[in-house]
Write a protein that binds this ligand. Sequence first.
Ligand code: DP6
Length: 331
Amino acid sequence: MSASSSVTAVAGTNIALVKYWGKRDVGLNLPATGSLSLTLDRLGTRTTVAFDDGADDRLILDGAPAGDAATARVSAFLDRVRARAEMARRALVTSDNSVPTAAGLASSASGFAALALAATRAAGLALSPPELSALARVGSGSAARSIFGGFVEMARGERADGTDAVARALPEGDGWDLRLVVAITAVGPKAMGSTAAMTHTARTSPFYDAWIAAVPADLAAARAAIAARDLAALGAVAERSALRMHAAAMAADPAIIYWNAATVAAIAAVRALRAGGTPAFVTIDAGPHVKALCRAADADAVAAALRAVPGVSETLIAAPGPGARVVEERQ
Ligand code: DP6
């Protein structure tokens, strides 16, 4: 396969229903546990990689040159691709997120999944989906899952080299008409990034070991709920997994608290919906926003209930979406 001069790939973000929060190897970014997620049709990233004769890698993020830290992270990732392709050329990387990065939702998951696919193709490599997943994982653990569409399970893996720490699709969930309603809460002071927060939780939280020990049972319950298309069972797992992850982080020293007042109010609103007979379940990532898992038919009502929560500025309804894909190749 010859190297194209420019390849564009897109990837949807994914939201974990069984969270990844801890690493067994920081260098290779190997997770301490498996995780399970839903890839979304919205909130994705579109990335073009063009290898050229420039002196350095350049990153244009959402229309503007990116800062040094983001550029260095992308450049380190490209080094892996270059080593694999036995090439030395630098690249121009142009990446656009489908939500403003400032909303705090633009995710490294869709970003590194799109980058892994675009960069390998532009370098003339044709990696299999599991190989792409392992590569994307090095950029960001959650990105390993966005290579695949729909429900996805990420394996912890056992090997030291990480070749078995890859995601796979769970096709038994295909066609299940669920929605994730995202409630954007007013963003407070900048919270700690997930990489640093995981390490800090592992080092200082007395709840970390209990959190890790509970994940395999949640994974088994989530798998069974997907196979049975049982929203109440899947939602219960998702809610407890998110709350336990946050409990472990909150118990760190000093505490990591991602929530604001609107986060708590949105959790209460979803629980009130449920008490009123609408099956809806919350999940929360490393930030203050709340996502509610529900049936497609209930999504508008769930969004309306969340928009009524003081401090919720916006809601978005996302459906299950496809895995990462190439959308343009130019010679
Ligand atoms: C709370 O994948 O962003 O969203 O591997 O350090 O880049 P790194 O972390 P990242 O962490 C995701 C954390 C989470 C839970 C999840 O997506 O499973």
